[in-house]
Design a protein around this ligand. Structure first.
Ligand code: ZN
Length: 284
């Protein structure tokens, strides 16, 4: 019996070691360089500094250590960004400039018709506008969170298994009126389908909003944030730390949704980017 306990203790120590070791190795997000609107520019640089920082204008960017003096910046490019040359500033022992070019990408168009009760989401009335204006700063504040610590552990897993019904970047028209392009990815699913955290993170916002319905925002560190909207139920609390694969909520159709689905959004440096880029099985 004692031998068995000793063995168990040994196993515990080994697994703890493996866990610590693997979290160090898995912390990097290895993604494809996609310098297009809604994509992510991946730029390598060298620095002997132990903690170099990168900025686009004054916005802090995601920086990861590759090996030795090799580092990488990940910058999300807004869907409505102008094409052409952009510059990132890197601050270590000295200041460097990294240049890249935003290239054209054609996203498809989608026309949606909202009827009956859901029509209020096309042209909201005064009372609804008041509510929207009250909610806007709360939602924007959550999207600009930049925690210096990396909370995620590598690439994301899918939050649900359903098929993609609306891809990222779709140019949308509601009852023939042009609206913002689709800033997330929609997965089909029945009301009540569990949603899993795609990576480790911290719950930074929970609430119910006019357009988003019931929503959850997860912070994965360094300006990488994922959002889950139109939920039926929240199953986590504000400030809670979640592990990859943990159930955080249920699919629903609250807010501006024409049927039950999960709208999954990924933000990097306050910018909505294609969530597919962050999946362990990548594809655009
Ligand atoms: Zn959506």
């Amino acid at each position: 019996m004692e031998k068995f306990i000793l063995k168990l203790k040994k196993l515990k120590i080994i697994s703890l070691f493996l866990l610590l070791f693997s979290s160090v190795i898995l912390a990097n997000i290895t993604i494809k360089n996609t310098p297009i609107p809604g994509g992510v520019a991946v730029l390598d640089f060298e620095s002997n500094h132990s903690n170099p920082k990168a900025f686009y204008r004054t916005i802090p960017l995601y920086v990861q250590h590759i090996e030795n003096n090799h580092w990488q910046v990940l910058m999300g490019i807004p869907l409505l960004e102008k094409l052409g040359k952009k510059s990132i500033t890197v601050q270590g022992f000295s200041t460097q400039t990294l240049d890249f070019e935003v290239k054209k990408h054609n996203y498809t168009e989608q026309h949606i018709t909202l009827k009956g009760k859901k029509k209020k989401y096309v042209n909201p009335n005064l009372a609804h506008m008041k509510r929207i204006n009250q909610e806007r700063p709360i939602l924007s504040k959550a999207r600009v969170v930049f925690s210096t610590q990396t909370l995620s552990n590598g690439l994301f897993s899918r939050p649900v298994d359903g098929v993609t019904t609306s891809p990222f970047g779709l140019k949308r028209f509601y009852n023939k009126q042009a609206r913002r392009p689709h800033t997330g990815l929609d997965y089909a699913g029945d009301t009540g389908t569990p949603i899993k955290a795609p990576a480790d993170g911290k719950v930074i916002l929970i609430g119910e909003y006019f357009f988003n319905g019931r929503a959850i925002f997860l912070d994965h560190g360094q300006g990488l944030i994922s959002i889950y909207i139109h939920l039926n139920k929240h199953l986590v609390k504000q400030g809670q730390l979640v592990k990859k694969g943990e159930i955080i909520g249920e699919i629903g159709q609250s807010g501006r949704a024409t049927g039950p689905h999960l709208h999954w959004g990924v933000y990097l440096n306050r910018t909505a980017v294609n969530p597919n880029l962050f999946l362990d099985k990548q594809g655009l």
